[in-house]
Each structure stands twice: as structure tokens, then as C-alpha cells.
Design a protein around this ligand. Structure first.
Ligand code: AMP
Length: 341
């Protein structure tokens, strides 16, 4: 090809990448300031979802995928996961363009990607798992690349607790903050293992029914007390459209969810919440209780985008202006002054 034609093509590619970064919260230059030390572990998957409003074919999902799409608005991400040969290369490229490092993602050419399918009830707050095909996840042994050893913040997305633990154990230095998400599936089949991993983390995220299942307590305040005795210093209880609670010692903070006219598909909302939470913490490098309150608002705002369309679709469309105005809506929602009389 003629040199001028090559340069022209190169210019088109770089200008579209630059346009992408103009819309994102982080640019390739300011990412360097953040030390590139957020490591995310989680499933990358195919999902099939049924809601009262529609049904999706096999679409891209997975806890790690949602976390990466969301957190990469705030900082660079180093991803640990596994996919099969059937996982589209384009999806991996899309993440790379967003500064998600995939060195820690194993590609098992002859195997199939993890598959999950679920059906939501009319209230959209509860769902049934219809099918879980572990496939590549069945024998997944994560390997932490040497270049991930600078990990300052570790986000353990939903995966087998032994896999989550293996990542903690492979890190030579303990990260500044370890956050863990999990689900009822692991409580049912691997409770002892789960408790072992929970005892090693700083922040645990679960939803309200999982908090009850894990603690054996119905009251969420009692459940929180009992879970905080298992090891984590902070506990976040997600309550879907009813917001989220943050517990630490004797303190508690509550953030509502944005009242939305339509919730199209809640899949991944919890993971997106986690991505916003850890993205904000990793960007600010501040692990105080006060900053965690802000991080919960950021997580809630990001989750409110996720539910607006099927799968990761909405997360791919939003830019910094969308995020800023959504966070401003949150501030309006919760800001009030009281004059005591
Ligand atoms: P969420 O709606 O935030 O609970 O997360 C939904 C995502 O979790 C889906 O995209 C699934 O692919 C993924 N997922 C469901 N079950 C599991 C599991 N047992 N292990 C890992 N990821 C899972």
C-alpha cells in the first residue's frame, strides 16, 4: 500500500480512538497518574435473559465484564478471567480499547465460555436462575501475571470463592483494599470455602437475601453485625431498587437507587455497582468511610444506567457528560436540610 494511504488509514483509526477518549472520564495520558493498579477478577460469560419485557439471545455478560466496562470509566483495569474459543475476539478488543489489560484472561481455545441464563419476576427485583453451565469456569485456575503485582486495589467479582482466594494468595503484597462480591449459588454449594475467603477481605458486597442467608439473621442490622464478625471491616448490602447500605463498626450509611420509569434488565446491576464503587476508590485512592459513601453514590448512579438496556449495551454508550448529570440527579435526590424546631 502507498505510504500516504497507510498514513490516511492510521489517521482515521487514531482519530476515532481519540474521539472515544474525549468522551470517556479517563484519557490514555491521565491513566498513567493512577498507577494502573486496579485488578478485577470475575466471570466473562454468555447470558440469556428473560424479563417481563423481552428476551435476549445469547449476549455478552459475566460479573467481570460488567465490572470492567464500568470501572474503566475511572481508571485502567487489569482483568483476570477465563473464556472459551467461542468468546468473540471483538469483545476482547473493545475492552482493550478501554484500557482493560487482558494479560490475565486465559483463552481456552477448545472449550466453551461460561453460560448463565435467568428469568426475572414481574417486580424485576427477584429472578430465577434457569441454567448455569460452568464450562471453562469448572477447572479455572487463575494465574496472576507479574505485571499485576503492583495491585493496589483488588476487586473480586462473583466467582468460586477458592478462585477468588487463589488470587489474593498469589499477590506478593497485600493490596490497599480488597473488595469481594459473591452470590447465593456459592452459599449453597461451598459455604465453608466462602467463609474462608470472606475472612480475608476488607469489604464484602452481597444483596439483602444473601446477607440473611450468610448470617442466618432476618434483621439486616443483626445480619451486618454477624457478617462483620466474619472478617470484613466494611459490608455493603445491595437492595436492588431500594438502594444500598454500608456498614462499618457501629456506623451505617444508606444510598437510594434512582427511581427509574423503566427497568429493562437488572442483570449486572450489582456488578456495575461494584465497578463504580471500586472505580471511584481506585481513582481517588482514598479508603476512608467518607469516601466510601461517595463511592456508593457513584456505584448506584452507574447501576442505574446498566438496567436501562439489555446486557452491557447501555454501559457501552454512556460518556462523561451522561455520568456527571446522573450523579447530579442523585445529589438532588438525597440532598436536604432540616431545621430542627
Ligand atoms: P448480577 O446481576 O450483578 O448478579 O450479575 C449477573 C452476572 O453474573 C451475569 O452476567 C452472569 O453471567 C454472572 N453469573 C451468574 N452466575 C454466576 C456464577 N455462578 N459465577 C460467576 N458468574 C455468574
Amino acid at each position: 500500500m502507498h505510504l500516504r494511504a497507510i498514513l490516511k488509514r492510521f489517521k482515521i483509526v487514531t482519530s476515532s480512538i481519540n474521539a472515544f477518549y474525549r468522551n470517556a472520564l479517563v484519557s490514555p495520558t491521565n491513566i498513567k497518574l493512577y498507577n494502573m493498579s486496579l485488578v478485577v477478577v470475575g466471570s466473562m460469560a454468555f447470558d440469556a435473559i428473560e424479563t417481563p419485557f423481552g428476551k435476549s439471545d445469547k449476549i455478552i455478560g459475566g460479573a467481570g465484564t460488567y465490572i470492567a466496562w464500568c470501572a474503566s470509566n475511572y481508571t485502567a483495569v487489569k482483568q483476570i478471567s477465563v473464556v472459551g474459543g467461542d468468546f468473540p475476539e471483538l469483545e476482547l478488543t473493545a475492552l482493550t480499547i478501554r484500557n482493560v489489560d487482558l494479560e490475565g484472561v486465559q483463552i481456552k481455545k477448545d472449550e466453551k465460555t461460561f453460560f448463565w441464563s435467568g428469568r426475572y419476576h414481574l417486580d424485576m427485583n427477584s429472578r430465577d436462575t434457569l441454567e448455569t453451565q460452568l464450562n471453562v469456569l469448572e477447572n479455572f485456575q487463575p494465574v496472576v501475571p507479574e505485571s499485576y503485582q503492583d495491585c493496589e486495589f483488588l476487586m473480586l467479582g462473583n466467582l468460586a470463592p477458592s478462585v477468588q482466594r487463589s488470587v489474593i494468595e498469589q499477590l506478593k503484597n497485600r493490596p490497599k483494599l480488597i473488595i469481594m462480591d459473591t452470590m447465593n449459588f456459592w452459599m449453597e454449594i461451598a459455604m465453608d470455602d466462602l467463609k474462608k475467603t470472606i475472612s480475608m477481605v476488607d469489604v464484602l458486597m452481597v444483596n439483602d437475601s444473601e446477607a440473611r442467608q450468610l448470617s442466618g439473621e432476618f434483621s439486616l442490622v443483626k445480619a451486618a453485625k454477624s457478617i462483620l464478625q466474619m472478617g470484613p471491616k466494611y459490608l455493603i448490602i445491595k437492595k436492588g431498587e431500594h438502594g444500598a447500605l454500608l456498614f462499618h463498626e457501629n456506623k451505617v450509611f444508606f444510598a437510594p437507587a434512582l427511581p427509574l420509569e423503566e427497568v429493562f434488565d437488572p442483570t449486572g446491576a450489582g456488578d456495575t455497582f461494584a465497578g463504580g464503587f471500586i472505580g471511584h476508590i481506585a481513582k481517588t485512592k482514598d479508603i476512608s468511610f467518607n469516601n466510601m459513601k461517595t463511592a456508593i453514590i457513584v456505584g448506584s448512579a452507574m447501576a442505574s444506567f446498566c438496567v436501562e438496556k439489555f446486557g452491557t449495551q447501555r454501559l457501552r454508550e454512556i460518556n462523561k457528560a451522561d455520568i456527571d448529570s446522573r450523579i447530579a440527579e442523585f445529589v438532588q435526590l438525597v440532598n436536604f436540610n432540616i431545621d430542627l424546631v
